[in-house]
Design a protein around this ligand. Sequence first.
Ligand SMILES: O=C[C@H](O)COP(=O)(O)O
Length: 248
Amino acid sequence: MRRKLAAGNWKMNGGSAELAEIRELLKSSSTAQTDILICPPATLIERMRALVADAPLSIGGQDCHVAKSGAHTGDISAGMLADAGASHVIVGHSERRQDHGETDAIVRAKATASWGAGLIAVICIGETLDEREGGKTLDVIATQLDGSVPDEMAPETTVIAYEPVWAIGTGLTPTLEQIGEVHDFIRSELGKKFAERADGVRLLYGGSVKPSNAAEIFGVSNVDGALVGGASLKASDFSGIIAALEAS
Ligand SMILES: O=C[C@H](O)COP(=O)(O)O
């Protein structure tokens, strides 16, 4: 049985003042079946970790370098994230793929680096609008899965997030049928490559998830949770999404 996961990606948002949202979230979110993860900017990981203390809320990074250390100005290694108190790290987010030219091979190496540091890797995949409209969605997903997920994949340390690029921050979402089609496809593709290991991998949907649409999305087969951007910045919004997942 896969545990549900509500993951928030703060992206390049938030400073000391926004830690108040975490205090609020800890007060308002009580879950039995749902894991909660917040991935703040790296500058907040250590303080957020201290704030959360023993509460059941995990902290993650938003990216890591493939190397353990070295001359890579501005980068952060997976080990550094772990040292700061992170237990997870997002790799291959479409904003990294677009803004930093990250390829499937780089994402794959980052997933391996994450596992090497004892982190859970949240590996992101998803098609662009052109690819969706060109009928290429499933081909793109198959290629990204094959290229981005290392052969050593273990379900306990791997989460896959399906994020259609055109749905991120736009207020647009795929139909429930489209989400279901892709999530079922991902499970099936993982099954071909990883056999029974595929069953334990949690699959998140990401892209304009809000309290108002969360319940219907969480009703779709093979959706084990969400990777939430904008709506994770406010405790009142994110706790609504968490509640919808817990009730699903
Ligand atoms: O990592 C999160 C996703 O990019 C979704 O962002 P969004 O919820 O603001 O659309």
